[in-house]
Write a protein that binds this ligand. Sequence first.
Ligand code: ATR
Length: 278
Amino acid sequence: MAELRLLAWPAGHSLSPVMHTAALKELGLTHTYRAVAVPPEKLQGAVNGLRSAGVLGANVTVPHKERIMPLLDSVSDAARKVGAVNTVTNSDGRLHGDNTDVHGFLALLESAGVRLAGDGGLSVVVLGAGGAARAAVYGLAGHARLTVINRTVARAEALAAAFPQVEAVAPAASEELLEEADVLVNTTSVGMELEGRDPDESPLPPGVLPARAVVVDMVYRPERTRLLRDAATAGLPAFGGLEMLVQQGAASLRLWTGLADVPVSAMRSAARAALSGD
Ligand code: ATR
């Protein structure tokens, strides 16, 4: 029996344990997957714990995704460029970090029917400039025309400096840009069910929506955010972040087990059931 862990702080809210436990059961594996509450000052110890022979690897989430990087033996190019690790694999005590959010995001776009071409092709507008936006931009660079809009313009500019394919635009210019957009992606936390936050908020100003874009929201809790509901009311195709969560998890499971085929539909059903039972 082998162990998989999720390093998080706090550890209570994640859907990953439910999703991975369903997948492991479906695969007939006796591995366990459990969330471990790791306060920031205990991260080094928790990382060392992953080197044990019985541990296959771990997922990493808020607030450790960036800080874990220097504690690992190696990281993938994607994780380095995104600046965040969400998956760690243990091979004989050596820890390798990866970022499967990029795969999860591209799989979400594919499920939304978005067909990427070259960088002269689709115009994609990304709302937000944090770690989630970096994963989106890394996945899309070279495959679309990319514009980033963020409340704090300096952060959008920093993202554009790291990715030359990206243009940073101030929120004030968003309306005009959205007329032309083929895809709109929300990577901000606006609309997320969070303590002390209004979940009925949209990251777009009132009355502003793209003219014809596919709207994708990385937020999955709630499953239908205000942005998605507004988009659907306006007749736009609208997709939430649950598929990204499922697909990043499936990609992590492939890395840990070496299996090409993992039970994605069991993971999706388990995540959706847990979400609606919240
Ligand atoms: P993550 O790694 O999940 O992307 P993050 O780095 O904290 O998280 O980034 C959160 C994103 O949501 C940022 O783009 C943030 O905008 P700022 O850079 O201006 O902080 C955005 N965000 C969070 N709350 C917001 C709000 N109320 N209005 C607009 N943008 C918001």
